[in-house]
Write a protein that binds this ligand. Structure first.
Ligand code: PLP
Length: 398
């Protein structure tokens, strides 16, 4: 297609996903015979547990191949989400307050589309997941970024949050544990942030994709909606089976919150995707209410790998890193190594590392921090060791 095709202004604002771009470049190099080690993946390297696959096959054999009824979630799937949120998060939702979506990504998009008018402000703590600002812009919203403080473990403070609020603030985004930061807020820190938002006419989007993957002294997860009745009434909780149950390719997520908002999201969904495949709704039931032991197995493994990656990164010259509290990412500041590699930003840094060490990292500028890079430890320990050996050889040891 030539570059002269007129596309909408809306789409021209959207950047290609940086995480996918690095994965694609690494794949190209691999295809040409270069042994590239990838730290780009934002998905577990584990297989989907067999009992979930069996539930999906059973649903297919039973003929669950027509439109889901209703499209925003068969009753069993919405009931399973209610059970998960009750069991793990202490949240009591009715099935009418739940929507099943094409991954959490669709749920977030539907919620922005349902709530944002042009010029409305969305407060977004950085580092942030790549799709947040793009979805906000696409819906005509204005992104107001708060830069996480490195001394505070990349978390934002209540003071910073209070300073970012204006009369146009419509949504505050909260993502703990964080992609890409790997940090998580403690229950006390979560309550302190909620306190400065109290009484304001806004909605909190709480992205809890990694709630089951928390480590060490930050194991305890407090859902934003569980803080108080006020926050139950003003929070949408987003989650999915993608990361916790190794189901990224199944494309199934969900949101729970005030019924009026969920209904609006369902209305948009009914005219766009019509939701995820019907047999996947059945698989979601098994994922959320069936055997959960694999979640803990993965969590323990990610914690081991995360500790190891963190220690090794801290030993490299020009690198500082916040210890991961959850998810499966390290997000080191590598700006101290820029001069050594003759680069000035995270994109150039990753390009150099890919070309010279054959290691694929994700540049931090896509996450709102151009001094950082993201490494996923959702990859096997051997690749982690070898990839970090290569990086250390390039950057040097402290
Ligand atoms: N939110 C966060 C913080 C994520 O890291 C991701 C995936 O990378 C998503 C949402 C989207 O998840 P899904 O694959 O279920 O659409």
């Amino acid at each position: 297609m030539s570059g002269s095709m007129r596309l909408s202004q809306r789409v021209n604002q959207i950047k290609e996903s940086a995480t996918l771009a690095v994965t694609a470049r690494a794949a190209e190099m691999r295809k040409s015979g270069i042994d590239v080690l990838g730290f780009g993946a934002g998905e577990p390297d584990f297989d989907t547990p067999a009992h979930i696959i069996a539930a999906c096959k059973q649903a297919l054999d039973a003929g669950h191949t027509r439109y889901a009824k209703p499209t925003h979630g068969i009753p069993e799937a919405r009931a399973a989400v209610c059970e998960k949120l009750r069991r793990d998060n202490g949240l009591n939702y009715k099935p009418d307050q739940v929507i099943i979506t094409v991954g959490a990504k669709e749920a977030l998009f539907l919620a922005f589309a349902a709530l944002i008018d042009p010029g409305d402000e969305v407060i977004l703590p950085a580092p942030y997941w790549v799709s947040f600002p793009e979805q906000v812009s696409f819906c005509g919203g204005r992104v107001v970024t708060i830069l996480g403080d490195e001394a505070g473990g990349l978390r934002i403070s209540p003071r910073q949050l209070a300073d970012a609020i204006t009369t146009r603030t419509r949504v505050v985004l909260f993502n703990s544990p964080s992609n890409p930061g790997g940090f998580a807020y403690s229950p006390e820190e979560t309550r302190a942030l909620a306190a400065v938002l109290s009484g304001k006419d806004l909605i909190v989007f709480s992205d809890e994709m990694y709630d089951c993957l928390r480590f060490g002294d930050r194991r305890e997860h407090l859902s934003f909606a569980a803080i108080s009745d006020e926050w139950y009434a003003k929070t949408i909780t987003f989650n999915a089976a993608s990361k916790s149950h190794a189901m990224t390719g199944w494309r199934v997520g969900y949101a729970a919150g005030p019924q009026e908002i969920i209904n609006a999201m369902a209305r948009i969904q009914s005219h766009t995707t019509s939701g995820t495949a019907t047999f996947i709704h059945h698989a979601l039931v098994e994922a959320l209410v069936g055997d959960q032991s694999h979640v803990e197995t993965m969590r323990q493994e990610f914690e081991r790998r995360g500790r190891r990656m963190y220690e090794r990164l801290c030993a490299m010259q020009g690198v500082t890193c916040v210890r991961p509290d959850g998810a499966f990412y390290c997000f080191p500041n590598v700006s101290g190594a820029f001069a050594r590699l003759g680069v000035t930003n995270s994109g150039e840094f990753c390009k150099k590392v890919l070309e010279q060490a054959h290691v694929a990292l994700v540049p931090g500028d896509a996450f709102g921090m151009d001094t950082h890079v993201r490494l996923s430890f959702a990859t096997d320990p051997k690749t982690i060791e070898e990839g970090l050996d290569r990086l250390e050889k390039l950057l040097g040891r402290r």
